[in-house]
Design a binder for this molecule. Structure first.
Ligand code: THU
Length: 135
Protein backbone atom coordinates (compact mmCIF):
# COMPACT_ATOMS: atom_id res chain seq x y z
CA UNK A 1 0.00 0.00 0.00
CA UNK A 2 1.16 3.47 -0.93
CA UNK A 3 1.57 5.84 2.02
CA UNK A 4 4.21 7.19 4.37
CA UNK A 5 4.47 4.33 6.87
CA UNK A 6 7.45 5.86 8.64
CA UNK A 7 5.54 9.13 9.05
CA UNK A 8 2.54 7.32 10.53
CA UNK A 9 4.81 5.44 12.96
CA UNK A 10 6.40 8.74 13.97
CA UNK A 11 2.91 10.13 14.72
CA UNK A 12 2.14 7.06 16.87
CA UNK A 13 5.42 7.50 18.77
CA UNK A 14 4.70 11.16 19.42
CA UNK A 15 1.22 10.26 20.71
CA UNK A 16 2.70 7.50 22.88
CA UNK A 17 4.72 10.08 24.79
CA UNK A 18 1.45 11.75 25.84
CA UNK A 19 0.20 8.55 27.54
CA UNK A 20 -1.26 8.93 31.01
CA UNK A 21 -0.14 5.62 32.48
CA UNK A 22 1.00 6.11 36.08
CA UNK A 23 -0.37 2.70 37.12
CA UNK A 24 1.13 0.39 34.50
CA UNK A 25 3.93 2.68 33.28
CA UNK A 26 3.19 1.09 29.91
CA UNK A 27 2.87 3.76 27.22
CA UNK A 28 0.98 3.12 23.99
CA UNK A 29 0.47 5.35 20.95
CA UNK A 30 -1.83 4.93 17.96
CA UNK A 31 -2.13 6.87 14.71
CA UNK A 32 -4.87 6.40 12.12
CA UNK A 33 -4.28 7.63 8.60
CA UNK A 34 -7.45 8.79 6.86
CA UNK A 35 -8.10 8.63 3.11
CA UNK A 36 -7.45 12.39 2.72
CA UNK A 37 -4.10 12.20 4.54
CA UNK A 38 -5.29 13.51 7.89
CA UNK A 39 -3.97 11.66 10.95
CA UNK A 40 -5.88 11.02 14.18
CA UNK A 41 -3.68 10.03 17.12
CA UNK A 42 -4.35 8.63 20.58
CA UNK A 43 -2.61 7.46 23.71
CA UNK A 44 -3.66 5.22 26.58
CA UNK A 45 -5.34 7.04 29.47
CA UNK A 46 -5.45 5.22 32.80
CA UNK A 47 -7.42 5.84 35.98
CA UNK A 48 -7.12 5.11 39.70
CA UNK A 49 -10.22 2.99 39.13
CA UNK A 50 -8.28 0.66 36.82
CA UNK A 51 -11.24 -0.50 34.75
CA UNK A 52 -11.79 3.05 33.53
CA UNK A 53 -8.57 2.97 31.47
CA UNK A 54 -8.82 3.61 27.75
CA UNK A 55 -6.40 2.13 25.23
CA UNK A 56 -4.53 4.27 22.71
CA UNK A 57 -6.29 2.66 19.76
CA UNK A 58 -9.75 3.46 21.11
CA UNK A 59 -8.75 7.00 22.10
CA UNK A 60 -7.67 7.63 18.49
CA UNK A 61 -10.56 5.89 16.74
CA UNK A 62 -13.18 7.54 18.96
CA UNK A 63 -11.66 10.95 18.23
CA UNK A 64 -12.09 10.31 14.50
CA UNK A 65 -15.57 8.78 14.74
CA UNK A 66 -16.78 11.62 16.95
CA UNK A 67 -15.69 14.09 14.28
CA UNK A 68 -17.73 12.27 11.69
CA UNK A 69 -14.86 10.37 10.07
CA UNK A 70 -15.05 6.73 8.96
CA UNK A 71 -12.51 6.71 6.11
CA UNK A 72 -9.73 4.82 7.87
CA UNK A 73 -6.83 3.87 5.61
CA UNK A 74 -4.15 2.52 7.97
CA UNK A 75 -3.22 2.30 11.64
CA UNK A 76 0.22 2.49 13.24
CA UNK A 77 0.89 1.38 16.80
CA UNK A 78 3.75 1.35 19.23
CA UNK A 79 4.19 0.84 22.92
CA UNK A 80 6.42 -0.27 25.68
CA UNK A 81 7.36 0.22 29.32
CA UNK A 82 7.79 3.98 29.91
CA UNK A 83 7.67 4.49 26.16
CA UNK A 84 10.68 2.31 25.38
CA UNK A 85 9.62 0.53 22.19
CA UNK A 86 10.94 -3.03 22.24
CA UNK A 87 8.85 -5.97 21.02
CA UNK A 88 5.71 -5.29 18.94
CA UNK A 89 2.78 -3.98 21.00
CA UNK A 90 -0.18 -5.87 19.60
CA UNK A 91 -3.73 -4.50 20.11
CA UNK A 92 -5.84 -5.93 22.94
CA UNK A 93 -8.99 -7.94 22.28
CA UNK A 94 -11.41 -5.09 22.96
CA UNK A 95 -9.55 -2.80 20.54
CA UNK A 96 -9.54 -5.56 17.89
CA UNK A 97 -13.33 -5.75 18.13
CA UNK A 98 -13.60 -1.94 17.82
CA UNK A 99 -11.35 -2.03 14.73
CA UNK A 100 -13.64 -4.73 13.33
CA UNK A 101 -16.62 -2.43 13.76
CA UNK A 102 -15.25 0.58 11.90
CA UNK A 103 -12.34 -0.43 9.65
CA UNK A 104 -12.13 -2.41 6.44
CA UNK A 105 -11.12 -6.02 7.04
CA UNK A 106 -8.05 -5.62 4.85
CA UNK A 107 -6.94 -2.33 6.44
CA UNK A 108 -3.24 -2.38 7.21
CA UNK A 109 -2.13 -2.31 10.84
CA UNK A 110 1.54 -1.41 11.31
CA UNK A 111 3.12 -2.40 14.60
CA UNK A 112 6.44 -0.74 15.34
CA UNK A 113 9.22 -2.44 17.26
CA UNK A 114 12.80 -1.64 18.11
CA UNK A 115 14.16 -2.89 14.79
CA UNK A 116 11.45 -1.50 12.50
CA UNK A 117 7.88 -2.65 12.07
CA UNK A 118 5.62 -5.50 11.05
CA UNK A 119 2.34 -5.29 9.20
CA UNK A 120 -0.92 -7.17 9.59
CA UNK A 121 -4.61 -6.56 8.88
CA UNK A 122 -7.80 -6.19 10.89
CA UNK A 123 -8.99 -9.61 9.66
CA UNK A 124 -5.75 -11.29 10.69
CA UNK A 125 -5.95 -9.72 14.13
CA UNK A 126 -9.52 -10.96 14.70
CA UNK A 127 -10.35 -14.07 12.71
CA UNK A 128 -13.94 -15.41 12.70
CA UNK A 129 -15.01 -12.06 14.12
CA UNK A 130 -18.50 -11.13 15.24
CA UNK A 131 -20.31 -8.41 13.32
CA UNK A 132 -24.01 -7.74 12.84
CA UNK A 133 -23.15 -6.98 9.20
CA UNK A 134 -23.03 -10.75 8.68
CA UNK A 135 -26.66 -11.40 9.76
N1 THU B 1 -2.93 -0.70 26.16
C1 THU B 1 -3.25 0.03 25.06
O1 THU B 1 -3.30 1.26 25.10
N2 THU B 1 -3.50 -0.63 23.91
C2 THU B 1 -3.47 -2.00 23.79
O2 THU B 1 -3.90 -2.53 22.78
C3 THU B 1 -2.89 -2.80 24.87
C4 THU B 1 -2.91 -2.14 26.20
C5 THU B 1 -2.69 0.02 27.42
C6 THU B 1 -3.77 -0.15 28.45
C7 THU B 1 -3.03 0.12 29.73
O3 THU B 1 -3.05 1.54 29.97
C8 THU B 1 -1.60 -0.29 29.45
O4 THU B 1 -1.51 -0.45 28.02
C9 THU B 1 -1.19 -1.58 30.11
O5 THU B 1 -2.11 -2.59 29.86
Amino acid sequence: MNYDREGLIAAAKEAMMKAYAPYSNFYVGAAFLMEDGRIYTGCNIENASYGAANCAERTAIFKAISEGRRDFKALALCGGPKGEVGIPCSPCGICRQVLREFCKQDMEVVIAHKDGYETTTVAELLPMSFSLEDW
